[in-house]
Write a protein that binds this ligand. Structure first.
Ligand code: MN
Length: 215
């Protein structure tokens, strides 16, 4: 009988996660998990809550390329994702996936459990899909599970600085469109999608996806 060693966290680096705060037409947060070479993405109107009693709506968005995980700056008007993007939190996550279940199957099942190791977000979290449908109509709930990192009454607005640069949004915006903007012009399929696919850019029903926080 042969022993097959399963690669664990020691052997392979853990996948990344990023929470980007996005001052688009409507302020929202984008939560992205690295999975199979791309960033599986959700738009979270009210941002993450470390309060286990609070469930946050997370609307599934098109996958983004991996290198978007390090993007912080301003995307010009008229381009996909226009507005200022801050890397609000980033780090790695440990997927708590049942044995024998591939990342793809895990996502398809609509029930994700993972441990975040970021700058602001830590510990156990859960995501549950409660409405299936076309991508941007797929609704999930994102909730913190009770552990030593949960904080009743937590407000993500209480931590306003970038986890990447320590900058405020005003400082990031003040830099103007950064050189990395060229990166958005690459002929990647996801970038060529019309803005209308992002309900936070071109919302037809104002307020239909949670509270409009700004503007
Ligand atoms: Mn966004």
């Amino acid at each position: 009988m042969t022993t097959v060693s399963t690669p664990g966290p020691e052997d392979s680096p853990l996948p990344r996660f990023v929470v980007q705060k996005h001052w688009a037409r409507t302020l929202h947060y984008d939560f992205r998990l690295e999975m199979e070479g791309r960033l599986v993405s959700w738009a979270v109107p009210k941002g993450p809550s470390r309060d286990p009693r609070i469930r946050r709506l997370a609307v599934r968005m098109p996958d983004h390329p991996l290198d978007y995980a390090v993007f912080e700056g301003t995307i010009p008007r008229g381009e996909y994702g226009a507005g200022t993007v801050m890397i609000w939190d980033t780090g790695t996550y440990e997927p708590l996936r049942p044995a024998g279940v591939s990342p793809e199957q895990w996502l398809d099942r609509g029930f994700l459990k993972f441990i975040l190791s970021g700058t602001k977000l830590h510990g156990l979290w859960e995501m549950v899909r409660y409405r299936a449908g076309e991508l941007s109509k797929e609704s999930w709930l994102w909730v913190k599970l009770r552990d030593r990192f949960s904080r009743p009454g937590y407000d993500p607005e209480s931590e306003p600085l970038s986890a990447l640069s320590g900058k405020t949004v005003v400082e990031i915006r003040g830099e103007g469109p950064p050189p990395v903007v060229a990166f958005h012009e690459r002929p990647l399929e996801v970038w060529s999608r019309p803005c209308a696919e992002d309900p936070f850019e071109e919302s037809e029903e104002p307020g239909s996806l949670g509270t409009r926080l700004l503007h």
